[in-house]
Design a protein around this ligand. Structure first.
Ligand SMILES: *Cc1c(COP(=O)(O)O)cnc(C)c1O
Length: 463
């Protein structure tokens, strides 16, 4: 009897619910969830034994559990990895115009497949066709869920049951199990590899062309580069070879860009317009890489081939919803005014940010970070090299600046990184040479970043 006495001293659910703190939980989360959380907190206290919590402690435990449960894993975070287009962190940040267009499309009905002039059924892709043709010089255009889908449906439409000729130097894998040979197999296309890893010549393609050939494929190698004793067949020459063979050339540009980026101090990437002018019959590229929009895959090129893609039953399975179409249209419109593009398109703004500006930011943030860290941790300014990410110009890093945080002896860097990830707005950096590095290229909300640091010493932080 005596041994059981402490259990009887735990507060009842009703007693906890009588507190103002519990009433606030009912208001915020609803009665059902609040009561369940209080019951769970009581059960936890019972199982833990030891000192018994009072009613207010139980309400606080329930509140912590409810807040954890309601915390959104997709909540905004600070991407301080130095990789501007980070696939795992959601790639491009949208322009304000795109966000507004998406929100408007979410809230109300829109003429997605409805022609406002005739009152008849309209075309989903019609909203983007004209501007895509204008910006790329292509005859026609269509879009699907992402560039992987664009490649899949283009291969399937042009080459199902037939052969696709591709250089051995271009059989890429680009993260997330996108491997060109596997995609070709799923598209029902027989892969014919030509050339060698480092060198492929015009004759290699010519020899492979035959009655079974459905298309010639060119793939941007994106995330790697072959250097040294190399040879590849340029787009224009390859287009001529495909034409001689009477088959279309599909050029998968990957990131693809609509403008020459050297204007903003970046290395040149082939533009979509150049690929079209070189004579590719179809060109595929992403919406959320260098283009700076939401996830999408564009296919531009010959009218008859685009029509064939639109007739492919796969198209229905890969189509894009009204929210993204609205955001894409708003993003593409920004390209009509290149002079103001770097101001309006976050991807370009971040990629062209001047290193002196980032250094000044690092200098301002440094004392706040030093003050937020417990004794023993060190902070120093450092030079960084940012990357574009998403396979664009993988070897061309951008000079940047950041902060380098070191842990005292006996505290490991994993715990330090974890504490930054556990902040109300998680901070993601990278570990290099015994320090957690925060590259500040992508930090735009300076005040928000500093305010967020106060939680570093919270229970799940570094206290
Ligand atoms: C990124 C990339 C893809 C896939 O594009 P997603 O938009 O990620 O689906 C396909 N091909 C190449 C060459 C790429 O670089």
């Amino acid at each position: 009897m005596v041994a059981k006495a402490p259990l009887r001293a735990l507060p009842s659910v009703d007693r906890v619910l009588g507190l103002a703190a519990a009433a606030a939980l009912v208001e915020r989360f609803g009665r059902s969830e609040a009561v369940d959380a209080i019951r769970a907190a009581l059960a936890e206290a019972r199982a833990a034994g030891g000192a018994l919590p009072g009613a207010a402690d139980v309400a606080a435990m329930a509140r912590d559990a409810l807040e954890r449960r309601h915390r959104d894993a997709l909540r905004p975070l600070f991407n301080l990895t130095g990789t501007v287009l980070h696939t795992n962190l959601g790639r491009a940040l949208l322009a304000e115009a795109a966000i507004e267009a998406a929100v408007a499309a979410m809230r109300d009905a829109a003429a997605l497949e409805f022609d406002l002039e005739t009152g008849r059924r309209g075309e989903r892709d019609g909203h983007l066709r004209e501007i895509l043709c204008e910006l790329t010089g292509a005859e026609d255009a269509t879009l699907v869920n992402n560039n992987a889908a664009a490649v899949l449906i283009a291969l399937n439409t042009l080459g199902q049951g037939r052969e696709a000729i591709v250089s051995r130097g271009e059989l890429i894998e680009i993260g997330g199990a996108f491997r060109m040979p596997d995609i070709m197999a799923r598209a029902g296309v027989r892969l014919v590899e030509v050339g060698t890893t480092n060198r492929t010549h015009p004759g290699d393609y010519r020899t492979a062309l035959g009655p079974e050939t459905g298309l010639v494929l060119k793939v941007h190698t994106s995330n790697y580069r072959i250097e040294g004793f190399t040879a590849e067949v340029a787009g224009a020459a390859l287009a001529a070879i495909a034409r001689e063979g009477g088959v279309p050339l599909l050029n998968d540009l990957g990131s693809g860009t609509l403008l020459n980026l050297s204007r903003w101090g970046l290395k040149r990437e082939p533009t979509v317009r150049e690929a079209v002018e070189e004579g590719a019959d179809l060109v595929t590229f992403s919406g959320d890489k260098l283009l700076g929009g939401p996830q999408a895959g564009f296919i531009v090129g010959r009218k008859d081939l685009i029509a064939a893609i639109n007739r492919n039953p796969m198209k229905r399975a890969l189509r894009v919803d009204k929210v993204r179409i609205a955001a894409l249209a708003a993003t593409l419109k920004l390209y009509r005014d290149p002079d103001r593009l770097a101001k309006r398109l976050p991807t370009l703004a971040l990629l062209s940010r001047k290193v002196v500006e980032i250094e000044a930011l690092a200098r301002r943030v440094e004392p706040h970070l030093a003050a937020a860290l417990p004794a023993g941790f060190g902070v120093a300014l450092c030079e960084c090299r940012s990357q574009i990410g998403s396979g664009a110009l993988p070897l061309d890093t951008l000079p940047s600046a950041g902060l380098r945080i070191t842990a005292p002896r006996g505290r490991d860097l994993d715990a330090l990184s974890a504490a930054f990830r556990a902040l109300p707005r998680p901070v993601i950096g990278y570990v290099r040479d015994g320090a957690l590095v925060l590259d500040l290229r992508c930090l735009t909300d300076e005040a928000g970043f500093i305010a967020n640091l106060s939680a570093l010493r919270a229970p799940h932080g570094l206290a």
